[in-house]
Design a protein around this ligand. Sequence first.
Ligand code: FE2
Length: 235
Amino acid sequence: MSSFFVPNNYIKLSENNISNDIKNALSPKNGFEVKLEFNDLPYGENALSVSIDEETMTLHHDKHHKKYFDNLMDALKDENISDLTINDILSNLEKYPKNIREKIRNNGGGHFNHEFFWNLMSPKPQSKPKGELLKLIETEFKSFENFKKEFVQTGLDRFGSGWVWLCINNGKIKLSSMSNQDNPIIEKCGIPLVGCDVWEHAYYLKYKNDREAYLNAWFEVVNWAFPEKILKDLS
Ligand SMILES: [Fe+2]
């Protein structure tokens, strides 16, 4: 089990000092920070079975996410990464050699996105957000129900594999989809608040080709307290 927000068992992968170039380029507030470690799921593999079956959760976390993490560590094996989070690395991709940049982007995105995704779900979900997040959603999308419809449609419109993201930039929230393992940190377009995996590996065993059914079911297990806390920490 990992803790809800930032795990305490941080693994130092190198004793070398952080590169000054990278350190100076860090944003002071990156929202949810993901460390360079592979965590257990924050709940059991069958805990979300009302929406996501146990076999999908096991394969998704133990095989797919683990592979992204292992590939990321392999790409970074000759880099000084002491004290860096994956947020630091993804927001400074241009600092890395061209021959490993794409591997870091794909697998680092994969590591961040999946850690974010596990924390964004809960066996004790809330049916809708509250407070500031709800206010922002209602301002931008008229109602939570309308936001949900647009979120699902954005997921359906993503051709091939990718993610649906809700991010915040300068106090304004924006819905978009991105291909592969890209995210708002890589695209430098905001801080992610909500993200849903629409790769087939996230739903195919239970929902087959019905991505819409998966997206609607996914809303039943969203832990709205997670983006609410990100938003609170930013203010
Ligand atoms: Fe995935």
